[in-house]
Design a protein around this ligand. Sequence first.
Ligand SMILES: [Zn+2]
Length: 275
Amino acid sequence: MQIIILGSGSPLPDAERAGPATLVRTGIGDLLFDCGRGVLMRAAAAASGAGALRALFLTHLHSDHTTDLNDIITSRWVMSFQPNPLAVFGPPGTTGLVRATEAMLELDIGYRLAHHADLRWRPSAEVGEAEHGAVLEEGAVRVTAAPTDHAPVRPTVGYRIEEGEASVVIAGDTVPCAGLDELCAGADVLVHTVVRRDLIEPIGLPRLTDVLDYHSSLEDAAQTAARNGVSTLVLTHLVPAPQPGSEDDWVARAKEHFSGTVVLARDLLSLDVAP
Ligand SMILES: [Zn+2]
């Protein structure tokens, strides 16, 4: 199993960091977790793409995690030569988002159907909504969801992906919580959204400090990893984006609370996952 960080950024547009998205490459195909800004540009760089996805998993329906859903739906449709429904898993509400996105694309769907004689089907998506338990089991791969805490955004989920003995957890946006602990128990890699409380608080801007309420700080994420016996912690969805030269400081602060390996994500970082 391999993890490729497609987007290590946040809602704040950044020249170097695409929006939240993580690719997990497995024996049954590429599994994509969230689809933030620029996801298909980064997927192309990783030799993946909308048509190659075995499934898309959404942790929650915040716009920065779903902005490019429409791009995935359209690109998969127009670049396939036979009907190729997209499998989408997410918390309750995901069906509504997918159907609304398809409705938003209605004019474009009409244009393309009228223009391409060999395109005789509409884009389609099969949506599975789940908050807790197995969401996909195929071959040696098993994906499990558990509820997280990103209130007032509800419901939200994290995922654990297992292939054989190897395991990866995608936390999504959450504060420390029992559901995340359940997913993380003994995991090889935890990919965790983080914010820097020490950098955001002094700015004193309510629109920014509000962000602290419902995300894990760097220290929170490190403590979650330590409490659950995780081997490697990957810090992503970095708020604020690290200043060049400050990367070692981010890692050192996490290491004060966690003795395993700490990796600060950048776009297209790849990690092989071994138990
Ligand atoms: Zn969020």
